[in-house]
Design a protein around this ligand. Structure first.
Ligand SMILES: Nc1ncnc2c1ncn2[C@@H]1O[C@H](COP(=O)(O)OP(=O)(O)O)[C@@H](O)[C@H]1O
Ligand SMILES: [Mg+2]
Length: 349
């Protein structure tokens, strides 16, 4: 079942006599219980789109359905009720500086109908869930970035939402804290069954926790798919750009351009980048072609990783041997689903 349905949504802002088309005719469906990532550069329209999901922005056209309720057709009062089922966290946490961690969470419960004691009990439980029980009386200024985001997550969970929207929730955090917050998001996805929409400009965030990903550019979704598929065979240049930031394989191109020492090759050598996806793994194939075609393969570096349980990555190496044998070896690899790119060919100078 799709818990979030975005159908043909556009959002236009009018600023003075200019119009900005922040979101253009976007359609996206998010499966219940999944973690969905939306990636794009600054200004791509990600925040506007995610704010349309809980109607903090009203779409100029199109339809938003969350949890079976068509938000774009509800009255303000009905909308307030539906909105409670959608939590949200932000890059800069948005906590009240004059309130303690516990009070920041309690504020979200003020019109929940719960009594004082019940609110306290719930706040304690939430603080414990985000592992901050010992900081209940701390003010935001006394907390680290990661701790502030944990408080914000606890606050977002206070009304037992079915959906959590995260707008650049880790962008202000260092890499280690980012990992711990992403682990927490994954935990509440798995344990509480909360569907999560993650907005980010970092492909590593997508890689770490998302099931599916949409790539946004100029207000449009230009590519969409399950994370492994998109990583394994990106189509659009912008997607390739984002993916290259998570791997150091393509570094070889820069080194080759600069004629770096490690990329200098002889007249019987070829510098190649081989990319492997899924079931294909590098070692057996490389040792096979090396034996079969009588070539020497000197591996410069390799970068292999596991995404959604499948291996993905590649190897950069120098093949040396008879010119024909090198061609045959490269052809063999290509036939076996290896993406082979010749970075530098010593035979042609
Ligand atoms: N409230 C607003 N009024 C006018 N323009 C806006 C408003 N919000 C966003 N925009 C514009 O819409 C475009 C998309 O912005 P945004 O959704 O914030 O992108 P992102 O989150 O991907 O950085 C930008 O050109 C931005 O300036
Ligand atoms: Mg934004």
């Amino acid at each position: 079942m799709d818990i979030i349905e975005i159908d043909n949504v556009s959002k236009t802002f009018k600023v003075k006599d200019k119009t900005v088309e922040a979101v253009r005719n976007v359609s996206l469906h998010v499966a219940q219980g999944s973690i969905y990532g939306i990636i794009g550069f600054s200004g791509a329209g990600k925040s506007t789109l995610v704010r349309c999901i809980n109607m903090l922005e009203k779409p100029t056209s199109g339809k938003i359905t969350v949890n079976g309720a068509e938000l774009t057709s509800l009255s303000e009062k009905e909308l307030r009720k539906e909105r409670k089922k959608i939590g949200m966290i932000f890059q800069h946490f948005d906590l009240m500086p004059s309130r303690t961690a516990a009070d920041n969470i309690a504020l979200a419960l003020h019109d929940s109908g719960l009594g004082k004691a019940q609110i306290k009990e719930k706040v304690d439980k939430l603080l414990s869930y985000v592992e901050l029980s010992d900081r209940a009386s701390s003010y935001p200024s006394q907390l680290s970035g990661g701790q502030k985001q944990r408080v914000a997550i606890a606050r977002a969970l206070a009304n037992d939402p079915q959906v959590l929207l995260c707008d650049e929730a880790t962008s202000a955090l260092d890499p280690r804290t980012t990992r711990s917050i992403l682990d927490l998001l994954r935990k509440l996805n798995r344990e509480l069954g909360i569907t999560i929409v993650v907005i980010t400009h970092e492909m590593n965030v997508i890689k770490r926790i998302c099931d599916r990903v949409a790539v946004m550019e100029n207000g449009e979704v230009v590519e969409e798919g399950d994370v492994f598929g998109v990583f394994a065979s990106p189509v659009k240049p912008i997607t390739k750009d984002f993916i290259s930031t998570t791997s150091n394989l393509s570094e070889i191109r820069r080194l080759a351009e600069e004629n770096d020492e490690i990329t200098r090759i002889g007249s019987d050598e070829v510098l190649v980048m081989m990319k492997f996806t899924g079931a294909v793994t590098s070692e057996p194939l490389i040792s096979y072609v090396s034996r079969e075609y009588d070539i020497v393969c000197n591996i410069l570096f390799a970068d292999l990783e596991i995404i959604s349980g499948l291996s993905l990555g590649g190897t950069v190496g120098i093949f040396r041997g008879e010119s024909r044998n090198i061609d045959d070896a490269l052809a063999y690899l290509t036939e076996h689903d290896v993406n082979v790119e010749v970075i530098k060919d010593g035979r042609t100078g």
